[in-house]
Design a protein around this ligand. Structure first.
Ligand SMILES: *[C@@H]1O[C@H](CO)[C@@H](O)[C@H](O)[C@H]1NC(C)=O
Ligand SMILES: *[C@@H]1O[C@H](CO)[C@@H](O)[C@H](O)[C@H]1NC(C)=O
Ligand SMILES: *[C@@H]1O[C@H](CO)[C@@H](O)[C@H](O)[C@H]1NC(C)=O
Length: 457
């Protein structure tokens, strides 16, 4: 089965000619998304923890918390792992976890199929109670007036999805390390998880990459639980484009790994990989020392191959490498979860009012998945299946199959509320809209409800 898969995969991979309809679909998608993506995905991560100035009761609390974070951030980063000498004081490892094999597990629920239903319960956090919301996704603090988008819950068709329990995840995460690896949607999901957990226990930021907030690590001291974020928008090695220097293509090396996160694998107990959108922008794909494809590359006098093959390849090879490095049954046991493609919802120009104006979810069947979303999702699901079939004991792969549930949430994006009070000067002709990332709180919290159940299974 794995061999079959590999053969098919190899074939497809060198056959990147797109049927006309598919080409048009993704070309249109790309056109709409491009301008925005350039802006959204590439503008530097937020000036870290600049306190959001909101005239609310919480302002003082928020400012103090931010000031503390800022103060901590000025310290030099500590080493990635706590020094070995510290062990021993706090030996609270749960003995029965290690002692015997867990009982047989029920069949997993298919969380990908379901519908959004109204839910009166408020989110576990809000725009001022959590310090890890990226400015551009803090819709509440930025004055988004409607709140209906907060009161929905995802109901899978054949099973229940439990509300998020910070206690349950922190209990599992005791003496463990969970990492998010990927692009700005990985960061979005990581920050959502941090907010959900922080509603129960305060995190401490213990490491931050100097300038751009792309690598961060927090510890929940009470639980000795670690969460980190690694920037790696292709999972494999890349030389990122540099528009100021006239380089508009990412050079993606499909046969080289991104050691910034890959080298940490041994220390991680759970990894959430989330990539996709960066493949939609101009890219040149390298393999074995030569160029094997490119996307949006007419200016390079190269034949367009599209990006689907490169995406499949990057995900597939990355998972195979995780299997290889983990070894068969060796090392600590691990969960590797892949968040599937999360659709954008542009209905008009990204820089005009009303780019993603919906105020409620789509009903089932009201919005079909697009071609790009379908293909990107499928690549991940298939790569996970192949890796799972190949993995030795102690290594578990899972797809966080959020594509459909996310597709039904056109109301969950910041839109103009990526900026504070966007209509302060009246409704202008031009206003930037983010219809890619997710408001926090918002539908991205559901990704983490599924992550929790996936980890606990
Ligand atoms: C946000 O949450 C905090 C803490 O739970 C609460 O005190 C505050 O009133 C909330 N703010 C809003 C605007 O709901
Ligand atoms: C704390 O957690 C880390 C994993 O993140 C683990 O390596 C370390 O041993 C733990 N410390 C104690 C005292 O158990
Ligand atoms: C583009 O590539 C083709 C085929 O390799 C070559 O014949 C042609 O001269 C190139 N054009 C330019 C402008 O470099």
């Amino acid at each position: 089965m794995v061999t079959n898969f590999l053969q098919r995969y190899q074939l497809q991979n060198h056959q990147l000619i797109l049927p006309k309809k598919q080409f048009v679909t993704y070309a249109v998608y790309a056109l709409i998304a491009l301008a925005l993506l350039h802006y959204l995905l590439f503008y530097p991560a937020p000036a870290p923890h600049k306190p959001v100035v909101v005239p609310r009761v919480q302002e003082d609390v928020e400012t103090v918390a931010s000031a503390q974070l800022n103060a901590r951030e000025k310290l030099p980063p500590p080493p990635p792992r706590p020094p070995a000498g510290q062990q021993g004081d706090e030996l609270s490892v749960n003995p029965q976890v290690e002692a015997s094999a867990p009982p047989p597990l029920p069949l997993p629920c298919d969380y990908s199929d379901g519908e959004w239903v109204p839910d009166a319960r408020p989110p576990l956090y809000n725009g001022t109670s959590c310090g890890t919301i990226k400015d551009g996704q803090n819709c509440m603090a930025h004055g988004r007036p409607d709140t209906g988008y907060l009161y929905w819950r995802w109901r899978p068709r054949r099973c229940d999805l439990r509300a998020f329990s910070p206690e349950a995840l922190l209990r599992w995460l005791r003496n463990k390390h969970l990492a998010f690896v990927g692009d700005s949607l990985a960061r979005n999901q990581a920050e959502s998880l941090m907010c959900l957990l922080a509603s129960h226990s305060p995190p401490e930021l213990v490491y931050r990459d100097g300038e751009e907030n792309k690598f961060r690590r927090w510890v929940f001291r009470e639980h000795n639980a670690t969460v980190s974020v690694f920037w790696s928008p292709f999972l494999v090695k890349v030389t990122e484009k540099a528009e100021h220097a006239g380089v508009r293509h990412n050079n993606v090396f499909l046969d080289a790994f991104d050691e910034r996160w890959m080298s940490q694998l041994g220390a991680l107990d759970a990894v959430v990989l989330s990539v996709g959108h960066w493949f939609l922008i101009p890219g040149v794909y390298h393999d074995g020392g030569r160029v094997v494809g490119c996307h949006d590359c007419a200016d390079l006098n190269r034949t367009e191959t599209g990006f689907f093959g490169a995406f499949r390849d990057a995900v597939h090879r990355t998972l195979a490498e995780v299997v290889r490095r983990h070894g068969r049954g060796a090392g600590r046991s691990k969960v590797v979860a892949l968040t599937t493609f999360s659709p954008a919802h542009f209905e008009g120009d990204w820089d005009k009012a009303g780019a993603c104006p919906k105020k409620r979810p789509y009903r089932n069947g009201e919005k079909e998945l697009g071609y790009t979303e379908t293909e990107m999702r499928k690549s991940v699901v298939e790569a996970v299946q192949a890796a799972a079939a190949d993995a030795g004991s102690g290594l578990r792969f899972a797809a966080l199959d959020v594509t459909t549930l996310a597709n039904l949430r056109p109301d969950g994006h910041p839109g103009p509320y990526m900026h504070n009070d966007p209509f302060a000067g009246g409704v202008n002709d031009r206003v930037q809209n983010d219809c890619v990332h997710w408001c926090m709180p918002g539908p991205v919290d559901t990704f983490n409800e599924i992550l929790l159940q996936t980890i606990l299974r």
